[in-house]
Design a binder for this molecule. Structure first.
Ligand code: PRX
Length: 671
């Protein structure tokens, strides 16, 4: 018999505590509301459930899928997975519809529950959308798409700010079986065009303008430029956010007008568990961003479960994830996780410092937010201001404070815990990726808050088996070890492929360490068996939680007519976590001044990718350090960028060792 915060439960019983939708619609079968409110499984319960999830995934996930999701036709087989060939197949032959799971089943029970609270950019203003209203909006959108030729299996590109219609477009796609491809509305026209083309999207949905931090962003103009390069696009739907008078061309259709002509009912398309739900492009160490493809049932189940248990969500809570829907965090924990639980999800349109650094906490007070989920970069930014910006607002509603996207340093963790949470909230540092679909490592529900551990994501969620491998692929057993973070065994939410390029998917994730999924991250397992993510071990850099491949930025820099070669590395940055440092060498007869070159290169990167990818520092280098076989030694460039000249390691294997001295001297002049 185990004790769950004073409740006596049998092992079978507490494992059932994680089943949400039981036959009798009772939510938490074995937990009282009070026990559930603390939803911190003490270690023994966590260990027991975790062990079962790893030893018998078939039973564990099978029971959860049949109780937590609503099926049109039940699945016949739980899993058919093989990590040697990157194969993940879950809940075979089952038919379901994701939008039905996120909307209709809640509307049937409680139509006036609030689904979304749209915290608008304009300070102090929010709008609420009930489940009934969101279903109506979704159906009208779904009918609009259908009547403009969008069918099951098509890809629809969404380039919208955080707003209820953006969520409804995602759900409308899932309702009719189309896959959405949301592109963060900060990407440039070039980046948008390449995603539209790669996904083969024929329909784009955008807004006249976006507003962030009081500034307008001309989204429609960017879409026009992108679409001019994509001959396959048939229709562009334009939502009105600011009412700006934007030019409307032949392909353009007013979204609101088209929706108003449609019925508010739309039958759901029965989808196979393994059909594509969405594509989301993300950067890797080489080449162009990849279209990560997620499936229906496995993804939905996993986001549904992690949402409830990592954040301790209880019915009636107000949950706020301040990520943009253009990133995986927005997909999983603004949209699918919360809505599939019938929760109230805040959609945050603004930035943490608008109109002042109290924005988040004023929002917490006004909306009475219970769980707040943000990024370390914002915390690092806010902790530089007076604590009064936090303290003057009532934060007593808060219970859980989450972070995601990048390592959170100890200072930021303590500030979050002590200043924002007044040491009464649970801080959950959640580690996961676009590819994992949902949270894989997090302090909840594995432990209570008596042993908070700054900088540690701590323990795997149920069903996730992290392993650390050395560079030879040998598994590092025991504790107090560091290595390449890999995952053994399938988890329902894992990406199924890279859209249109399964070979790339296998090469990126399953060939480095055969038999495992390779995350690209390094991690440490400490004496207690807790994980601390130490950062990427590949050429991916993480700028304010935004993932960028160095190759992508280098490609943009190399487009400059005077640039011979470039190499980009990350360097430690106070607020962004990492900044971008670019080394460029010039062609022999280039006459451009370094100042002009820097300006032009920044502009070029903004045009090719987006403003957030522009390098902070650009060094015109005398040469790049290369091995005799021509490979750039990034290790040295990283050290120089981080001002670590003393320990550059062995440079004797370089083709031209003297280049290093020149690079160091140039660097010293720059900083
Ligand atoms: O390096 C890890 C870092 O972000 C990467 C995944 O980026 P993306 O696919 O854009 O998804 C971000 C949001 C889920 C990881 O490979 N990362 C994510 N969470 C953490 C983290 N690094 C340290 N600690 C975390 N909690």
């Amino acid at each position: 018999m185990a004790t769950l915060r004073g409740l006596r439960t049998t092992p079978q019983c507490f494992s059932r505590a994680i089943f949400h939708y039981s036959k009798g619609q009772k939510r938490f079968l074995c937990l009282s509301k009070q026990a559930n409110s603390q939803l911190a499984f003490v270690s023994s319960e966590y260990n027991e459930i975790y062990k079962r999830s790893i030893e018998d995934p078939d039973k564990f996930w099978g029971e959860l899928a049949s109780t937590r999701l609503q099926w049109i036709k039940p699945f016949t087989e739980v899993m058919d997975c093989d990590m040697n060939v990157g194969k993940h197949r879950w809940f075979m032959d089952g038919l379901l519809n994701v939008s039905e799971n996120c909307l209709d089943r809640h509307v049937n029970r409680s139509p006036e529950s609030v689904a979304l609270i749209w915290e608008k950019d304009e300070p102090g203003t929010h709008e609420t959308v009930t489940y009934r209203e969101l279903l109506k909006m979704t159906c009208q959108l779904a009918n609009t798409l259908k009547n403009h030729g969008v069918k099951k299996g098509d890809r629809v590109c969404i380039y919208l700010p955080n707003c209820p219609l953006a969520v409804a477009t995602m759900l409308a796609c899932s309702r009719i079986g189309a896959a959405h491809n949301v592109v963060f509305a900060g990407f440039s026209a070039e980046a948008l065009a390449s995603r539209i083309t790669d996904a083969g999207a024929e329909v784009v949905i955008t807004a006249d303008q976006g507003v962030r931090g009081g500034k307008t962003i001309d989204l429609k103009r960017t879409v026009d430029e992108a679409v001019s390069k994509c001959s396959g696009v048939r229709h562009v739907f334009v939502m009105s956010r600011t009412g700006a008078d934007v030019p409307m061309g032949k392909k353009d259709i007013s979204l609101e007008k088209a929706m108003s002509e449609e019925s508010a009912e739309c039958a759901v398309e029965p989808m196979n568990s393994e059909d594509m739900l969405f594509l989301l492009y993300t950067s890797g160490s080489t080449g162009k961003p990849k279209g990560i493809q997620h499936s229906q049932a496995g993804y939905l189940l996993y986001t549904n479960l992690t949402f409830q248990h990592v954040f301790g969500y209880e019915p009636g809570d107000i949950f706020s994830c301040v990520a943009d829907i253009g990133w995986i965090t927005g997909h999983s924990y603004v949209v699918y996780g919360p809505l599939s639980n019938g929760a109230t999800s805040v959609l945050f349109e603004s930035i943490p410092t608008y109109p002042d650094p109290g924005r988040y906490w004023e929002t917490v007070q006004r909306l009475k937010i219970n769980q707040f989920y943000g990024a370390p970069t914002a915390i690092r930014l806010l902790l530089k201001y007076e604590v009064d910006w936090v303290k003057k607002y009532d934060r007593s509603s808060l219970r859980v404070l989450g972070t995601v996207g990048e390592p959170i340093n100890a200072d930021a963790w303590h500030w979050y815990n002590e200043v924002v949470g007044e040491k009464r909230c649970t801080v959950v540092d959640t580690w996961w990726q676009t590819e994992t679909g949902g949270i894989f490592i997090a302090p909840r529900p594995s432990a209570d808050n008596s042993t908070p551990k700054p900088e540690f994501a701590t323990r795997p969620f149920f069903g996730v088996e992290p392993v650390l491998l050395d560079s030879e692929g040998v598994e590092l057993h025991g504790n107090n070890v560091s290595g390449n973070l890999c995952i053994r065994g399938s988890v329902p939410s894992m990406a199924r492929t890279v859209y249109g390029d399964h070979r790339r998917y296998l090469e990126t994730y399953y060939t480095t360490f055969p038999g495992y999924y390779f995350t690209g991250d390094g991690a440490l397992r400490d004496k207690d068996g807790h994980y601390r993510i130490t950062g990427r071990v590949d050429d991916v850099i993480n700028i304010s939680g935004h993932r960028l491949g160095t190759a992508e930025i280098e490609d943009a820099l190399d487009n400059h007519p005077d640039v011979a070669e470039s190499a980009v590395v990350g360097f430690p940055h106070d607020i962004k976590g990492e900044g971008i440092y670019a080394y460029v060498t010039l062609k022999e007869h280039a006459l451009i001044t370094p100042e002009d070159l820097r300006l032009q290169l920044k502009k070029l990167v903004k045009k090719e990718i987006g403003s957030f990818a522009a390098p902070e520092i650009i060094q015109v280098a005398p040469g790049l350090p290369k091995t005799r076989s021509g490979k750039i030694m990034r290790r040295i460039l990283r050290k120089v960028a981080a001002n670590e000249f003393e320990d550059l390691g062995d440079v004797s294997t370089l083709a031209e060792p003297s280049v290093v001295e020149g690079i160091v001297n140039e660097h010293k002049k720059l900083i």
